[in-house]
Design a protein around this ligand. Structure first.
Ligand code: PAN
Ligand code: ZN
Length: 176
């Protein structure tokens, strides 16, 4: 574990509207709105030259055939890049820019994934029983724009397939 100043938990309710299987979503909500992921941050002043870093822990689970995942966001300073590094478990970093490009990069222990400037990103735990733990670092003054993804979702979704996963078009995305 790293030393951290801030710990936050996000429950399923924070992902309202992001999952296609609304019956599965409502069932989990009725059963107690589970904690889907947690973030441990090393806070630094939101100033030029500073870096914010920490651990993201996405628990294992699914809503219907879609895995537990983070809300996902663009950065408010949109041309901010970010590095993720796999610590534990198996996941996919789903990314897209605002011009129609997308990518789904696998993340596993000792593997780094680069999120380029201008790309929204979401971490998805594709494992069956293990937490997906990643270390992240980005400029401390970047800020977060959650609203764009809350409104339109990502272009792609990641679904369970057998013991693995597949990437499919998001039927609820505004442009599909
Ligand atoms: C990460 C994320 C963290 C949680 O620190 O904030 O993984 O995901 P959401 O912020 O989408 O809920 C990061 O990408 N910061 O920029
Ligand atoms: Zn980010």
């Amino acid at each position: 574990m790293i030393s951290y100043d801030n710990h936050l938990q996000r429950r399923l309710s924070a992902l309202k509207g992001q999952y296609g299987d609304t019956a599965a979503y409502e069932e989990l909500m009725a059963a107690g709105d589970p904690v889907v992921y947690e973030v441990y941050e090393m806070l630094r002043p939101e100033a030029a030259g500073e870096l914010r870093s920490g651990l993201s822990v996405v628990h294992p689970g699914r809503v219907g055939e879609e895995f537990y995942m983070t809300k996902g966001h663009f950065h408010s300073i949109i041309d901010t890049a970010e590095v993720y590094y796999g610590v534990q478990g198996r996941g996919v970093l789903l990314m897209e820019d605002s011009g129609g490009e997308w990518a789904a990069e696998e993340v596993e222990p000792s593997r780094a994934v680069y999120v380029p400037p201008g790309w929204a990103h979401r971490s998805i735990n594709i494992g069956n029983s293990e937490d997906l733990v990643t270390f992240f670092v980005y400029r401390a003054d970047a800020g977060h724009d959650y609203g764009t993804i809350e409104r339109q979702g990502f272009r792609k979704i990641v679904l369970r397939e057998g013991q693995g996963y597949r990437v499919a078009d998001n039927p609820h995305h505004a442009q599909h």
